[in-house]
Write a protein that binds this ligand. Structure first.
Ligand SMILES: C[S@@+](CC[C@H](N)C(=O)[O-])C[C@H]1O[C@@H](n2cnc3c(N)ncnc32)[C@H](O)[C@@H]1O
Length: 467
């Protein structure tokens, strides 16, 4: 380890920054996130410095030595070699640690790639060898650290004395912190419910202090996994999947996303494909409730968005009836994922002023009783979920209701996945298009003039390739 990571304490600190150009500004902005007082060594205070108010003061170069006398560290962001050498020698004379921008040879310390979450700060450094790698690692950390983890740390700090006073035993205290900071208290903080987090903290502490530390029930997280591409997962979904002790997942959740589940967590497939239920809906409810009652962190992972033809509402109700709190994390619905992937705008100023999501599959089989006349009106887009098997009937009903057989349609199978398939054509030929392209599902039917746009673009690409 050629670099030794350490964090400067910045309460009551004083930092000297040499320069007033863009680099000095960048570094000032960074340091100004701390409570430190900043002395900017320059001939004049630049405009950008005004926004820092009293946190920043101008020091003339001839008085730089005096400023360095009390500095915790200094940053040199000067232009010319002579200026840099002068500032560096001065800092050395005062024994102040130096960071000189773009001058690794003059640096006592480097400024790492930072992830700032208030009281929680993560830093990644490569010693200047490959800053891009540091940035990439930082981006990965970003997805792991909840936005409000700093607020959680601040809450823990506030409660520390009370916890110490209430629980004598060190092991019990550790158990308390694990329960509090990983369970409902943390979830309340992450959901911006600070008052609730405080109340839960009080309740949890009381339970532990009385020795009745029964695990909290829930919450169960009903999480949207998006249409398949793992990069379309939300950061929240990613975090919850990684924290879960058990994940009950649908068949539509992609393998790459299932790979994100912790190795020691249980993965239980409960989902359905084309109406084939691996576990009936009531059974799914029972499994989630039982796992939650065992004190497990439960995630119910569903394809797309849980509230778009996902039966998420029924699951929320079942949990509520069992006295277990349910949290819902939205996902990118396949309608949005497929449309984006095929560059097919669901609404378009010239073509469609509304979009309607319908199911092509009735609860008892066949086609549901839809408002065909409404769906056949012009200037809209109709997205049919689970409609591959009933595409012929749907096309017939829409035409009977007055929609032209020449209306453009797009069919997108396995949208956003490596095996995505697309087909375009006209409403009258919908079943033929599906058959010709060998589309079996999961697929969406997108009906309306907007479906002509990607078809045209693809035709143009083919023509250009042939020209
Ligand atoms: C039970 S619904 C679930 C919909 C999901 N909640 C959503 O928001 O996308 C299943 C249907 O969604 C559609 N679907 C899901 N993922 C898809 C994908 N990657 N590509 C195309 N259609 C998909 C298909 O119509 C499939 O039959």
């Amino acid at each position: 380890m050629r670099l030794f990571p350490a964090f400067f304490q910045m309460d009551d600190a004083h930092v000297v920054i040499f320069g007033n150009g863009p680099e000095a500004e960048r570094k000032t902005r960074l340091v100004a996130k701390t409570p430190a007082r900043i002395s900017l060594v320059a001939h004049a205070l630049p405009r950008w410095a005004e926004s820092f108010g009293e946190q920043i003061s101008l020091i003339q170069p001839r008085q730089a030595g005096q400023a360095l006398d009390t500095a915790r560290f200094t940053i040199i962001a000067l232009e010319t070699e002579a200026e840099v050498q002068w500032a560096h020698e001065l800092a050395r004379a005062y024994g102040v640690p130096v960071n000189a921008v773009d001058r690794k040879d003059l640096c006592d310390f480097t400024i790492p790639s930072l992830l700032d979450r208030g009281d929680v700060v993560a830093a990644v450094a490569t010693g200047g060898a490959a800053p891009v790698i540091a940035k990439d690692i930082r981006a990965k950390l970003e997805s792991l650290l909840p936005e409000r983890v700093g607020a959680l740390a601040a809450l823990a700090e506030r409660w520390r004395p009370a916890v110490k006073a209430a629980i004598d035993d060190g092991t019990a205290r550790r158990h308390f912190w694990e329960t509090a900071l990983r369970g409902p208290v943390a979830e309340a903080v992450y959901a911006n419910q600070d008052a609730r987090a405080e109340a839960l903290m009080g309740e949890t502490l009381e339970r532990f202090a009385q020795g009745t530390d029964r695990a909290e029930l829930g919450p169960v997280h009903i999480v949207g996994a998006g249409p398949g591409d793992p990069e379309l997962l939300t950061l929240k979904a990613f975090r919850l999947i990684q924290q879960a002790d058990v994940v009950f997942h649908d068949k539509l959740v992609s393998a790459e996303i299932l790979d994100m589940i912790r190795r020691d967590a249980e993965r239980v497939p409960v989902g359905k494909s084309k109406g084939e239920h691996l576990v009936p809906q009531d059974g799914i409810h029972e499994l989630m409730i039982a796992a939650s009652r065992e004190g497990k962190r439960v995630v119910r992972l569903k394809g797309g968005d849980p509230f778009v033809f996902g039966r998420g509402g029924e699951e929320v109700d079942a949990l509520r009836e069992a006295g277990i709190e349910a949290h819902v994390v939205p996902g990118i619905s396949s309608a949005l994922g497929c449309a984006a992937s095929a560059k097919l705008p669901l609404t378009h100023r010239d073509h469609a002023q509304s979009v309607t999501f319908v199911t092509g599959h009735a609860q008892k089989g066949g086609v549901p009783d839809l408002d065909w006349a409404g769906l056949a009106k012009p200037h809209q887009t109709v997205v049919v979920f689970m409609g591959v098997g009933t595409a012929g009937i749907i096309a017939g009903k829409l035409q009977e209701a007055g929609l032209s057989g020449e209306t453009p349609v797009g069919v997108i199978e396995n949208g956003t996945r490596a095996n995505e398939k697309r087909a375009f054509g006209e409403l009258a030929n919908l079943p033929a298009i599906i058959e010709k392209r060998g589309i079996k599902g999961p697929a969406l039917l997108i009906i309306g003039t907007v479906a002509k746009l990607p078809a045209e673009a693809q035709q143009q690409i083919i023509e250009e390739a042939l020209a």
